[in-house]
Design a protein around this ligand. Structure first.
Ligand code: GDP
Ligand code: IMO
Ligand code: MG
Length: 430
């Protein structure tokens, strides 16, 4: 890159929306709201393990692989090289949206370097989980771990391979022969059928597979706005999350650059956190409420997974974990979501300290053994016991709700710019 391009690349505006907890913080809703003013929305990691919900005029849309900018006709959407893409799921998702009038020609771009996730990855995911027995991760069984393993093992097929179908077919045949010979594989893949399926998919995606890194570099150089849409949450990050109860990608800000193929640059980093915490799947969760109150929050908040339908575990907001995530992401503004779910509660607790073996720790432990021993210390705040759903300004919220927000802002040293008060696109106080 010459210096001219380098200075130009700083002209555009790069914004990120990243989950600060264990996923499902409400990223999709904020991305959809912001996408109205963005020229590009891009996914940089993950795959169909994500479930991002958008509700517009009572119509609910759950996006798994498509970026949450697709509902705005003027916004272009990118699935970046950092993603693992299951093409039959993508095609189904597009077909559902086409029924609602969404168009994809000239506005959906798929990186030629993105990893293709095949059905065999899903089978391998299921087998690995079954083998772990009661130590299983509780994955979404969407094949994420096996697909990323193939990528780092340098054996995956990539989207660009589809552009030369003859060589793609040779590579897929070889890989499927290998898969079919794995000991303990409960069934054999029909190789010819798989190849035909992908031939059809390649035709249907013609014109969409391209060098998205160049598209985004040019867009930023031309001063355009790009929104990087996070998937999963920072505490599911493969390095910084509650390893091994994590996903298989880097979900934090660093991966925006490598997962989209753009140079590191100034980032407007928005963090999304629920007014309480949820987690799907296994793994430590210090502030979890395993009592009736946890069940009440699950019911009021409709806390059932957008991808797998599993009940989400619920608990109090964990400011120690949220601060850890915000530091990793360089968060400069927060969207606190689902405040309305706490409307009825007389008191709200929030975790402000972690004790490990009786000593306060300032960060998160690296080992699962230590994380499981963490003792959360709570502070209690008064609830507001009032409806918040009509608030469109943070200053319209009940006094105690504002105090809760200020407490969070003070602890994190980051302003809360948006507060979610309902599922609808319009239900946001600013
Ligand atoms: P994502 O994966 O981070 O995009 O979040 P999900 O879509 O998986 O889960 C968030 C859930 O909360 C969805 O069902 C949203 O419709 C819903 N939601 C988002 N924001 C709010 C809010 O402010 N209030 C309420 N009650 N629901 C919300
Ligand atoms: P969004 O983008 C919540 C969790 C799974 C499991 C772990 C590993 O909607 O926030 P994986 O299938 O990725 O190998 O599963 O990660 N998980 C999520 N939890 N929201 C998600 O995505 C998730 N994606 C993965 O439940 O615990
Ligand atoms: Mg989700």
């Amino acid at each position: 890159m010459n210096s001219n391009q380098n200075s130009a690349s700083a002209a555009g505006k790069l914004t990120a929306v990243l989950g600060l907890n264990w996923g499902d913080e409400g990223k999709g809703k904020l991305v959809d709201i912001l996408a109205g003013k963005m020229q590009f929305v891009a996914r940089f990691g993950g795959g169909a393990n994500a479930g991002h919900t958008i509700v517009v005029d009572g119509q609910k849309v759950v996006l798994h692989q498509l970026p949450s900018g697709v509902l705005h006709p003027q916004t272009k959407n990118v699935i970046g090289n950092g993603c693992v893409v299951h093409l039959p799921t993508l095609i189904d998702e597009m077909a559902e949206l086409e029924k609602l009038g969404v168009k994809f020609v000239d506005r959906l771009f798929l990186s030629d370097r993105a990893t293709i996730l095949f059905d065999f990855h899903k089978e391998l995911d299921g087998l690995a989980e079954a083998k772990l027995g009661d130590k299983k991760i509780g994955t979404t069984k969407r094949g994420i771990g096996p697909a990323y393993s193939d990528r780092v093992n340098r054996r995956s097929l990539r989207m660009g391979d589809l552009l030369n179908f003859e060589t793609f077919a040779v590579k897929l045949r070889a890989r499927l022969e290998e898969i079919n010979s794995i000991e303990g594989m409960p069934f054999k893949f029909n190789i010819e059928r798989e190849i035909t399926l992908y031939e059809d998919l390649a035709e249907r995606l013609e014109g969409m597979i391209c060098d998205t890194s160049e598209i985004l570099q040019n867009a930023l150089a031309d001063g355009k706005t790009v929104l990087a849409e996070g998937a999963q949450g920072s505490l599911l990050d493969v390095d910084f999350g509650t390893f091994p109860f994590v996903t298989s990608s880097t979900t934090t800000a660093g991966n925006i650059f490598s997962g989209l193929g753009i140079a590191p640059q100034n980032l407007n980093s928005i963090g999304v956190a629920k007014a309480y915490t949820t987690r799907v799947g296994a793994g430590p969760f210090p502030t979890e409420l395993t009592n009736e109150l946890g069940e009440k929050i699950r019911q009021i908040g409709a806390e059932f997974g957008a991808t797998t339908g599993r009940p989400r575990r619920c608990g109090w907001m964990d400011l120690v974990a949220t601060r850890f995530a915000a530091r990793l992401n360089g968060t400069n503004a927060i969207n606190l979501t689902k405040l309305d779910v706490l409307n009825d509660l007389p008191e709200i607790q929030v975790c402000t300290k972690y004790l490990l073996d009786g000593e306060e720790i300032s960060s998160l432990p690296a080992t699962i053994e230590d994380y499981e021993k963490v003792e959360p210390i709570f502070e209690t705040l008064l609830g507001w016991q009032a409806d918040t759903s009509a608030a469109r300004k943070i200053s319209d919220l009940p006094k105690n709700a504002q105090k809760y927000i200020q407490f969070i802002e003070k602890f994190l040293g980051i302003p809360v710019r948006w507060v979610g008060v309902g599922v609808e696109r319009s239900a946001m106080a600013e």
